[in-house]
Design a protein around this ligand. Structure first.
Ligand code: ZN
Length: 329
């Protein structure tokens, strides 16, 4: 069974619906006259060109057939998170997005599975929404790697992660709201440089803060884009931990010793990088993730894994076996 665990949807939101949350920051969809292509807009500015597989579940199923996928796990596009909005509005917005996610997957609920989004700026509301959507068939939850200045080691976010573990709801951490200054403004540098760094920052905030010691061992947590810069730079972190007490002060064990509690997707786009990732994380901890249907996603989903020199048994796990276990699907 081939399962893609990292793909996005975006519902048909009008400009008025977005404005009801926040005219300046909330995203909406402008569909072209041909009804097949469109753009996500933020206010009056086009944010990203998109096509119907993003908003239409039936069109998405056609792409699953074309790509030879059995199951695709979809989640919100991170611009939908609404973490900076007042909680009353954000809670209602999150509920609506989650209900629209269920509608998207209604085209074939066996092949399209959805992750929830939650108002992570309010931990009680976020926990409540996870428990609500679990009853509605959501198979997990997607969170951003930070909420404003709060990284994943924030006490409230740890409480949320432990709630997810108790509810047996796996978590996908997606980088978003990327760091950067004027040097990052061109050539999608925020996506190419800051995004992998945001992912590494999220994972390291859990490891170096000692939070891994307090998180439930039952927590299933996956970092997008092959864990960003983390797997490649974990040796640098271990070296720093060994030689500087300020790196060690909150983290009792060698940072790399915690990698076996983390999962990653396979979205690294390079055969050598995939082999390295599997070696570093273990063949049970890497899952096919495409980032479809966006231009920065894998165009022929699964081809990187299928064409790699990995053993057949490892390929089978990474293409679907690990995901079936992770999401219990
Ligand atoms: Zn993504």
């Amino acid at each position: 069974m081939i399962i893609d665990i990292h793909s996005h949807f975006f519902p048909k939101l009008s400009q008025a619906e977005a404005a009801a949350l926040n005219r300046a920051t909330a995203p909406w969809l402008k569909i072209g006259a041909d009804a097949r292509f469109g753009d996500i807009y933020i206010d009056e500015k086009p944010f990203r060109p998109v096509y119907d597989a993003l908003w239409d579940g039936k069109a998405r199923l056609e792409t699953l057939d074309q790509q030879g996928l059995d199951v695709q796990v979809v989640c919100a596009t991170p611009v939908m998170f609404a973490y900076a909005e007042p909680i009353a509005k954000a809670a209602a917005w999150n509920q609506r997005m989650n209900d629209l996610g269920t509608e998207f997957c209604a085209a074939d609920p066996k092949r399209l599975k959805v992750l929830a989004q939650v108002p992570l700026q309010d931990i009680d509301a976020a926990c409540k929404e996870v428990s609500r959507v679990k009853q509605n068939g959501h198979v997990g939850v997607q969170i951003g790697n930070h909420v404003g200045d709060k990284s994943l080691n924030d006490e409230g976010i740890l409480e949320f992660l432990n709630h997810c573990a108790a509810e047996n709801m796996p978590v996908l951490v997606h980088p978003w709201d990327m760091m950067g200054d004027v040097r990052m403004e061109k050539w999608m540098l925020k996506w190419l440089v800051s995004m992998p760094a945001e992912t590494q920052l999220g994972a390291l905030s859990l490891i170096l803060s000692g939070a891994m010691e307090r998180l439930s061992p039952d927590l299933k947590i996956c970092f997008a884009h092959g864990g960003g810069s983390l797997p490649y730079l974990i040796g640098r972190v271990d070296n720093a931990w060994t030689h500087r007490d300020i790196v060690r002060e909150d983290c009792p064990n060698l940072p790399s010793s915690y990698l076996n509690r983390l999962w990653v997707d396979s979205a690294v786009f390079d055969p050598d990088a995939l082999l390295f990732l599997v070696k570093k994380m273990g063949e049970d901890k890497v899952m096919l993730g495409s980032d479809a249907p966006f231009p920065l996603g894998e165009q022929q989903i699964g081809s990187l894994i299928e064409n790699s020199s990995l053993q057949a048994a490892a390929k089978q796990k990474i293409l679907g076996g690990n995901a079936a276990h992770f999401f219990a699907i």
